[in-house]
Write a protein that binds this ligand. Structure first.
Ligand code: ADP
Length: 160
């Protein structure tokens, strides 16, 4: 069975993330969405909340959600993952992603980093952009799934 992991902070998950996750689920037998648990990084949603928001949006039966705080390749090894799937947006992603992919390859050569190109409409979509637009009162309905937009709206407004 070919297992892939889709890592990220997902603070919060967007339609861009979900597109990559769903396309990975069509290619691999099993996909694990790995939410970064980095206590020193300030996030809008807690780790548990970010995982719950993703779980609410995932429709594919072969996708599960987990978290990890150490080296990603250690997690990949532990799960027997053959690929790390990442979404590639505009050129700005490239340098950093390339560096990470090469580092992960030298740490764990059995695992390949696979880049899926972002859809045109998601090319400039990021979690930080969603938070910024929402905080300023903009409409985020074309950036995040309907299931979670109220949660994001409330949190950005400081309601809970
Ligand atoms: P962000 O950069 O939005 O904070 P993450 O760190 O959670 O997102 O990103 C996790 C993964 O999802 C990365 O591989 C990133 O390139 C990918 N990704 C994020 N946003 C998009 C998007 N709009 N389209 C495609 N892939 C994306």
């Amino acid at each position: 069975m070919k297992i892939a992991i889709c890592p990220g902070s997902f603070d919060p998950v967007t339609l861009g993330h979900l597109d990559i996750i769903e396309r990975a689920a069509d290619i691999f037998d099993k996909v694990i969405v790995v939410v970064a648990s980095n206590k020193s990084k300030k996030t809008l949603f807690t780790l548990e909340e970010r995982m719950e928001l993703i779980n609410r949006c995932i429709k594919n039966k072969n996708v599960s959600v987990d978290y990890h705080s150490g080296l990603l390749v250690d997690y990949a090894k532990e799960k027997g993952a053959v690929a790390i799937v990442k979404g590639l947006r505009a050129m700005s992603d490239f340098d950093y992603e390339f560096q990470q992919a090469l580092t992960n390859k030298s740490l764990y050569p059995e695992c390949e980093t696979v880049f899926l190109t972002a859809r045109g409409e998601n090319m400039f979509l990021s979690s930080s952009m969603v938070k910024e637009v929402c905080t300023l009162g903009g409409d985020i309905s074309s950036f995040v799934p309907e299931e979670i937009s109220k949660d994001i709206f409330k949190r950005c407004k400081g309601d809970f």
